[in-house]
Design a protein around this ligand. Structure first.
Ligand code: GLC
Length: 708
């Protein structure tokens, strides 16, 4: 009897304790509660000082905790290509840890060159898993700024010159990354298209260019991907800093688009307490002050106390921060993530394989046949240069990085005689060049690995390029090497277009980008035919700098601290196609080791239109084609570019296979922004729907009348 009584008493006590505990445990800790209810509950528990503490950094990459309520510190990390090494805590010096190696994905423009949103999602997932494993809550990427000029030092981080392509790739990446319980951060909002005077230049541009070119990728991030954070840019828009810009942050981002997440500043991008308080900033990072001296710290607290700033505005900021905290599992376990796994490395390789663009392949020099090939000379500093760590904030301390030379040795070393000559770079250029020419002469085939790097004035943050030329005398050397051995493949390791005065002397050219941890293996796979290249250019390669729209119509880098985007909508192929300027290689261009035909086109009703066609692989190799759909309006009331990308599909086909492709075109595909109306307008009337393998390789054009 006593035993039964004891057991019953125990259960009763346990029940009482649990009830009491449940009653004591605050609602915001209950993960089964709706997020907004948890936000309101926690908001109501915070003091004024605690609320303000949540709105600014307490180290280089963290925001304050509130220990009294069990709110932990929030950790942020760059960047778009993977999880950056540990920095700080209170300066920009690397922390010198040994547990912060990570997987380096190919750079942003390489991801753009895949034209594969599903692969972008896989990349986002992998980076999100590594972020979780490294204890990060907010990842500072993707970079969504448009390539307005090929000179911009950060073009390598972004996804090219077209807003529709960037939008689709951004949505894939963000959905993938946030699916892992990490907040993505769309950056840099907005019109941050040059590094020259980046922290002060004021951009002046017409509303159509802003709305039709520079904002859509951010709009897609918010409305299609539900991005949880947006980073204000350093520069000014129409005179007001983007991190404290009423029009951008309050009117457009939060007003028109209904953004519910948080706006974080770029590091040291905030300049005034009043503007930061009232114009939509929610989290201040990196200000060159002690943390209590941040604009949203003591000064803001004082202004709240004396009634200068409304408490409602404070609560809105806090709600946005709390929303992101709950979304990133700061009060419940959440996914534990994983770091440097074979799966992540395989994803990095897959992205690199799909990103490389075969620009030229005369006489099918590629792929090389290892069964008959006796010797190959690999030439160029970029064949051995490590790139992952460079470029400033997007640099990654990679667990390893396979260089082009290493990839080629991994693939054919021992079967083919591989010689290497640096060829260029450094002090003894002449001796180097001579050795390279000699090596070329003695080999059956030459693989010349050319390109840029992350040095100042090349592909890096905080500086722009001065021209589109290859440095270190590469142009001359490529020409000399081709004289010594015409069977030369040029592999371009770069993050933005370069001029190619030697192009007629190079039978094959492959744009390899900065292709991350597995880049060398991906390159070798393409060179030796294990992988059929399927990348397409996400930006135009102009013949020369003088041909570019910014050089002809625009203003760059501006004067007196102001840059006018006088080219308007004439950016990239929109310019080259409208003004009939011949590029070196057009937007959307990319060859394959097989060939595809398009047939049986028709436009079906619905969406309001759906273009359908058959795509066939007529070659002997499996491969993937990116079919592109461009819209031309016959007689618009306002000037429009000749054509605009409004749909694409990447289709993999076995040899001989045919697939019917349907690409819906929603009303937005026909619309332009009408400043007089203050909104988007799809005018009734005649359109042409164009389907092609690139912007200049149009396979079909059909008339379509928009009725309503
Ligand atoms: C840098 C970059 C931004 C980066 C941030 C933190 O200046 O502009 O992209 O996320 O500061 O490193």
């Amino acid at each position: 009897m006593n035993t039964i009584l004891a057991v019953l008493t125990g259960f009763l006590t346990l029940g009482l304790v649990m009830t009491a505990t449940a009653a004591d445990s605050p609602l915001f800790l209950d993960a089964s509660q709706p997020r907004e209810a948890r936000v309101e509950d926690l908001l109501g528990r915070l003091t004024l000082e605690e609320k303000v503490a949540l709105l600014h950094a307490d180290s280089k990459f963290s925001a304050s905790a509130v220990p009294r309520l069990g709110i932990p510190r929030r950790w942020m990390s760059d960047g778009p290509h993977g999880v950056r090494e540990e920095i700080g805590p209170d300066d920009w010096k690397p922390a010198g840890r040994t547990d912060d190696f990570s997987t380096c994905m190919p750079c942003g423009i390489a991801l753009g060159a895949t034209w594969d949103p599903d692969l972008a999602r896989k990349e986002g997932e992998a980076i999100g898993q590594e972020a979780r494993a490294r204890g990060k809550h907010i990842m500072l990427g993707p970079g969504l700024n448009l390539q307005r000029t090929p000179l911009c030092g950060r073009n390598f981080e972004y996804m090219g010159e077209d807003p529709f392509l960037t939008s689709r790739m951004a949505v894939g990446y963000i959905v993938g990354e946030q699916s892992q319980g990490v907040a993505s951060c769309a950056k840099h909002f907005a019109v941050n298209n040059q590094e020259t005077e980046r922290t002060s230049v004021s951009v002046e541009l017409d509303e159509r260019a802003l709305r039709e070119l520079y904002l859509p990728a951010f709009q897609a991030a918010v409305k299609d991907a539900g991005v949880l954070a947006v980073m204000g840019a350093y520069n000014r828009l129409r005179g007001q800093y983007c991190c404290e810009n009423d029009y951008l942050l309050n009117r457009i981002l939060k007003g028109e688009w209904g953004f519910q997440g948080l706006v974080v500043s770029d590091w040291n991008g905030v300049h005034h307490t009043a503007e930061a308080a009232l114009n939509g900033l929610d989290l201040e990072m990196g200000t060159d002050q002690p943390y209590h001296g941040f604009y949203l710290a003591d000064a803001y607290l004082e202004g709240l106390r004396d009634g200068t700033y409304p408490m409602a505005g404070l609560d809105d900021k806090v709600r946005r921060n709390l929303r992101v905290m709950f979304a990133t599992h700061m009060f419940d376990p959440g996914p534990k993530g994983s770091l440097n796994t074979p799966e992540h490395q395989a994803t990095a390789r897959h992205v690199a394989e799909e990103a490389m663009v075969l620009l030229k392949n005369d006489n099918n020099l590629l792929p090389l046949d290892e069964s008959t090939l006796k010797s190959v000379a690999v030439i160029g500093a970029n064949a051995t240069e490590l790139q992952a760590y460079g470029g400033n904030s997007s640099g990654i301390k990679a667990l390893y990085e396979i260089t082009p030379l290493q990839g080629i040795l991994n693939r054919v070393g021992g079967k083919v005689t591989v010689t290497y000559a640096k060829g260029y770079g450094g002090i003894n250029a002449l001796a180097l060049a001579g050795q390279a020419v000699q090596a070329a002469r003695q080999a059956e085939v030459v693989i010349f690995v050319a390109g840029l790097g992350h040095a100042k004035g090349q592909d890096t943050e905080d500086s722009d390029r001065k021209d589109l030329k290859l440095p270190d005398g590469q142009d001359e050397l490529i020409a000399r090497v081709s004289e010594a051995n015409p069977k030369m493949v040029v592999v371009m390791v770069s993050g933005s277009p370069v001029e190619m005065p030697w192009l007629s002397k190079a039978p094959a050219v492959l744009q390899a980008w900065y292709s991350g941890t597995e880049g060398g293996n991906a390159l070798a796979g393409i060179l030796f035919g294990d992988v059929n290249p399927s990348g397409k250019l996400p930006c135009t390669f102009p013949k020369r700098l003088e041909d570019t729209p910014v050089a002809v119509l625009g203003e760059y880098p501006g004067k007196g601290g102001v840059v006018h985007y006088t080219e308007g909508l004439m950016v990239g192929y929109r310019y080259y196609d409208t003004k009939k300027v011949e590029p070196l290689f057009p937007f959307g261009h990319g060859l394959s080791y097989t060939h595809f035909t398009y047939s049986n086109f028709h436009v079906a009703e619905g969406a309001p239109a759906t273009v359908q066609f058959d795509l066939s692989n007529r070659g002997s190799r499996a491969g993937a084609e990116v079919a592109q759909v461009y819209i031309h309006q016959v007689q618009p009331s306002l000037p429009r570019p000749l054509q605009e990308l409004k749909g694409f599909r990447k289709i993999s086909l076995a040899p001989g296979a045919t697939q019917t492709v349907s690409i819906p075109l929603e009303i937005g595909a026909f619309s332009y922004y009408d400043p007089a109306k203050g909104g988007w307008l799809a005018e009734k009337g005649q359109f042409e729907i164009r389907v092609g393998s690139s912007s200049r390789d149009i396979r079909w054009s059909g008339k379509f009348t928009l009725e309503h």
